[in-house]
Design a protein around this ligand. Structure first.
Ligand code: HAM
Length: 422
């Protein structure tokens, strides 16, 4: 046993599990490209200040969850806890605004948050995110929500719900925050620890508290306090979603855990996931680009958690295609057979046939067992006898049926036999 263990809250991903990752990532890229998004890759480390300013000083992420450290020159760096602030930084730093507006970016990669690990909640987790810069048009919000719906349906998921809300512009929220504070004041001594703290620092988070649910359910609704601009934006969003036939619920309790949002906020919840049921979340952030030093640029986006989506696929018993199954395993014995096998492996791979050339000193029986364990479709067996007669033996690993094939016909025969597996 190794003395080294995975860091708490992280995962090794291998074997059959990889099939799920390919399924989700490839389908996501496919869908995102259909909507005109282009990939952007940004560093995993950024300056600490990007997130404390971008995500918000009073958020849980900045207060408790960031992996921050000093580098050798004493710079304060953070492993990114989310992707939006990084993409905004890249957008400003590379003057991407000059490429014209609006612009659509997507990203896939690991994020880091020092949270209490539990099912569906990790310290390193993967997000697929999408951001649109340079439009305040509610059609952009609707397009993103439509994309999420189409994506989850393309994965064959059915048991999920899209919830939308408007949390208004920063200005219109001030009035609501006052009303909310008044509502909560009499309950204050009996509220949970988090709510007591947030009462002073981030009052809106009280309404999505999982503990003081009852009190939150009677709290005044943000939707009654929206200014005209936010109200109109929300009405249009709903109209577009109706036209696009996206089913949604309005939930005034969606406030999101990051500070940069204004107007639209939304989440997708999977109904079989228990505590950590939110598989995607996002919203509009019209002030963030300016706040981080760029030109005033309205923006909207979302991110989804790959681990949670995979968990949802398993809960709904959705089978995913096995990727990279080996087509042909080459087993050989004897010096001459080895050299012939090496040549043959090169030919097979040139013909796009997924080939596994034996790399061990096992005997033929052991090699065939290995081929079985690797789930190879066919095996080629090459011994001295085959070399002498200029033939190879082709074995169907599913049925055990074996045939002798002229060396010069191997590629054709293999290609033909592989057809039977599709
Ligand atoms: P978020 O709601 O913090 O939003 O995260 C988005 C998604 O990441 C969540 O819905 C969840 O599926 C997944 N996630 C978050 N934390 C964890 C965790 N500890 N373990 C596993 N999965 C997790 C954002 O990050 C925003 N940047 C989204 C956004 C993009 N808003 C606008 N643009």
């Amino acid at each position: 046993m190794s003395n080294y263990k995975r860091i708490k809250g992280t995962k090794d991903i291998f074997g059959d599990e990889i099939n799920y990752w390919y399924y989700v990532e490839n389908s996501a890229k496919n869908t995102l490209e259909k909507y005109g998004f282009k990939e952007i890759r940004t560093p995993i480390i950024e300056s600490e200040e990007l997130f404390s300013r971008g995500v918000g000083q009073e958020t849980d992420i900045v207060q408790k969850e960031m992996y921050t450290f000093e580098d050798k020159k004493g710079r304060l760096l953070t492993l990114r806890p989310e992707g939006t602030a990084s993409v905004v930084r890249a957008y400003i730093e590379n003057s991407l605004i000059n490429l014209g507006s609006p612009q659509k970016f997507f990203y896939i990669g690991p994020m880091f948050r020092y949270e209490k690990p539990q099912s569906g909640r990790y310290r390193e987790f993967y997000q697929i995110g999408a951001e649109i810069f340079g439009t305040d048009y509610p059609l952009a919000d609707a397009e993103l929500i439509h994309l999420l719906h189409e994506f989850f349906r393309s994965l064959k998921l059915t048991n999920f719900k899209i919830k939308i809300n408007s949390i208004g512009t920063q200005k219109s929220r001030e009035k609501y925050k006052k009303v909310l504070k008044e509502y909560y004041t009499p309950f204050l001594p009996n509220l949970c620890e988090d709510c007591q703290r947030r009462y002073n620092t981030n009052i809106m988070r009280l309404i999505d508290c999982k503990i003081d649910k009852e009190i939150a359910s009677n709290a005044p609704s943000i939707l009654d306090y929206l200014d005209n601009e936010s109200k109109e934006h929300f009405e249009k969003l709903k109209k577009y979603l109706d036209i696009l036939e996206v089913p949604y619920e309005i939930d005034p309790k969606i406030v999101r855990g990051l500070d940069y949002y204004s107007k639209t906020a939304f989440e997708v919840e999977h109904l079989d996931l228990g505590e950590q049921a939110v598989i995607a979340g996002g919203g509009r952030y019209d002030d963030l680009v300016e706040q981080l030093g760029g030109p005033k640029t309205p923006a909207v986006g979302f991110a989804m958690g790959i681990e949670r989506i995979i968990e949802a696929l398993k809960k709904e018993h959705i089978e995913v295609k096995k990727v990279s199954q080996i087509d042909v395993y080459i087993a050989y014995q004897g010096e001459q057979a080895e050299l012939e096998s090496i040549k043959l492996s090169k030919e097979l791979r040139k013909n796009d046939i997924k080939t596994y050339l034996n790399l061990s000193k096992r005997n033929l029986g052991g090699q065939l067992k290995h081929a079985d364990r690797l789930n190879a479709k066919l095996s080629i067996i090459m011994g001295d006898e085959e070399v002498v007669n200029d033939v190879v033996t082709v074995r169907n690993m599913e049925t055990g049926e074996q045939t002798k094939v002229q060396r010069s016909w191997v590629i054709e025969v293999i290609l033909e036999k592989l057809q039977e597996f599709y």
